[in-house]
Design a protein around this ligand. Structure first.
Ligand SMILES: [Zn+2]
Length: 223
């Protein structure tokens, strides 16, 4: 199963990607991590990525695509992948299609975790973390038993400074701006799967699995 994952900050995308990766035995490929890895590994592409990043430039699409191509050639991606963080615009989406055609691994679907912005703001602004054990709470959806104290160790919980409303609105705005054309792009290809991302993590996982069912069946048949 080969999918691109689209979801706003706070949509639970990371958690769901991890679950999908475990369930279907395919790697979760986050381009941010991939770039850091390539830099650390010191490959030719990694070196070029480092140069761009050190100079404060964006890493070019060519380099990112090259690194994605290298990653997909590893054996753990034989059964597919979950791509997270790329593409971010339709030019990149087109280039990705071209690459995937070339290596005969066309995309099955673009999975959009769809959630109302007001709900997202509530989720994100309500977040509290424990500096001791890193547990995450939410005053709206998953409050600690005692006000502002970690259930496990009683440590005073903290609110991250970038979890304030205006920062979050800005992040959501950026997300909406780049995602809108991508939604249109994949929708036109009839590859867009929209999943309602409100509710509990388990509920969302169930919806995603259901949406992805057609692709798991195809894979079993062809094996
Ligand atoms: Zn704690």
């Amino acid at each position: 199963m080969r999918i691109v994952l689209l979801g706003a900050p706070g949509s639970g995308k990371g958690t769901q990607a991890t679950r999908l990766s475990e369930r279907y035995g395919i790697p979760q490929i986050a381009t941010g991590d991939l770039l850091r890895e390539a830099r650390a590994a010191g490959s030719e592409l990694g070196r070029r990525a480092k140069e761009a990043m050190d100079a404060g430039r964006l890493v070019s699409d060519d380099i990112v695509l090259g690194i994605i191509r290298e990653r997909l050639s590893r054996s753990d991606a034989d059964q597919g992948f979950i791509l997270d963080g790329f593409p971010r615009n339709t030019t990149q989406a087109q280039a990705l299609d071209t690459l995937l055609e070339k290596i005969e691994q066309p995309l099955d679907a673009a999975l959009l975790l769809d959630i109302d912005p007001d709900t997202l703001i509530r989720r994100l602004t309500g977040r509290l973390t424990c500096p001791q054990c890193a547990r995450v709470y939410n005053i709206y959806t998953h409050a600690p038993k005692l006000d502002n104290q970690c259930d496990c160790d009683g440590t005073q919980l903290v609110h991250r400074s970038d979890d304030n409303e205006s920062t979050i609105e800005k992040r959501l705005q950026v997300f909406a701006t780049y995602t809108h054309p991508l939604i249109a792009f994949y929708s036109k290809q009839k590859k867009l799967l929209t999943v309602d991302a409100e509710g509990t993590i388990d509920e969302i996982t169930r919806r995603i699995r259901k949406a992805l069912e057609p692709f798991t069946r195809t894979r079993k048949r062809s094996n």
